[in-house]
Design a protein around this ligand. Structure first.
Ligand code: SAM
Length: 241
């Protein structure tokens, strides 16, 4: 499955999968600003966690990897706080995992994502968290190599969450319910929320579905329904302290 890339309104990049019938899939980010949306939805979750949880133990859960905005920005905040970079990501498209590793570990030629796109994200994230881009890249690469940050294949309703237990920042950034209905059912969300979050944690997502809200309340989260980014309707910011 190939990818088409587009500049969004803040000049950061987004992508769409090219589907079998040559049509395009869902855009990975808001066309009003891929990086700005990431900062609003997932950056704020990182900042909340760093205010409410001991920085040295923060572990991030990211679904899915996409272009790696969440991974790079979360690592930038960890570096700014001089705390370990720790997390687990899931991604259904194996070529996106390969492309991210090829860039970060500099161990093979560019994959489906041009290196300039990752470099652009790196610069933006480093500036956002006031850290050195070269160091950010080195530290995230070390985290990948040491398995402090683990990249996993697709998350399915039957997935084991062994490596993804006790996460403090949950970036629930799967495609929409229309594209990935299996990740938005009440049954799946109940199991996910009973196994993945640490007792103190934050879950943030651009989406705001009834099943998600009910599952979060059932799991003891406080719900904050925030305006969605740009033209999107509501987004969900749920915390458990
Ligand atoms: C909205 S994009 C994520 C954007 C990403 N967070 C970023 O920072 O660029 C959704 C991603 O989820 C992936 N995805 C779809 N279904 C998935 C699944 N079941 N498990 C893991 N990843 C999935 C897609 O391939 C896509 O890369």
């Amino acid at each position: 499955m190939g990818l088409n890339f587009y500049r969004t309104d803040d000049t950061s990049w987004t992508a769409r999968h090219v589907l079998d019938d040559a049509e395009e899939g869902e855009s990975m980010h808001s066309l009003r600003g891929a990086f700005s949306e990431t900062v609003y939805i997932y950056g704020d979750a990182n900042l909340w966690a760093r205010q409410h949880i001991s920085s040295s133990e923060i572990k991030v859960f990211s679904l899915g990897l996409g272009l790696g905005y969440v991974e790079i920005l979360s690592a930038a905040y960890a570096l700014a706080a001089q705390s370990p970079i720790s997390g687990v990501s899931f991604e259904a498209d194996a070529e996106l995992i390969h492309a991210f590793q090829a860039w970060l570990l500099a161990n093979s030629k560019p994959g489906v994502v041009p290196f300039e796109i990752y470099e652009d994200i790196l610069q933006r994230a480093a500036q956002q968290a006031s850290v050195e881009p070269v160091r950010l890249r080195q530290e995230l690469a070390s985290a990948l190599l040491s398995k402090a940050w683990i990249l996993n294949a697709a998350l399915t309703p039957d997935s084991s969450f062994v490596e993804a237990r006790a996460c403090h920042v949950i970036a629930f950034d799967a495609f929409s319910r229309k594209t990935t209905p299996e990740l938005w059912t009440r049954e799946f969300l109940d199991r996910f929320l009973s196994e993945v979050p640490a007792s103190k944690c934050v879950l943030s997502t651009y989406a705001c579905t009834g099943d998600l809200k009910r599952a979060l309340l059932h799991a003891g989260f406080n719900l904050q329904i925030r305006p969605g980014f740009a033209a999107k309707r509501d987004s969900t910011f749920a915390t458990r302290a």
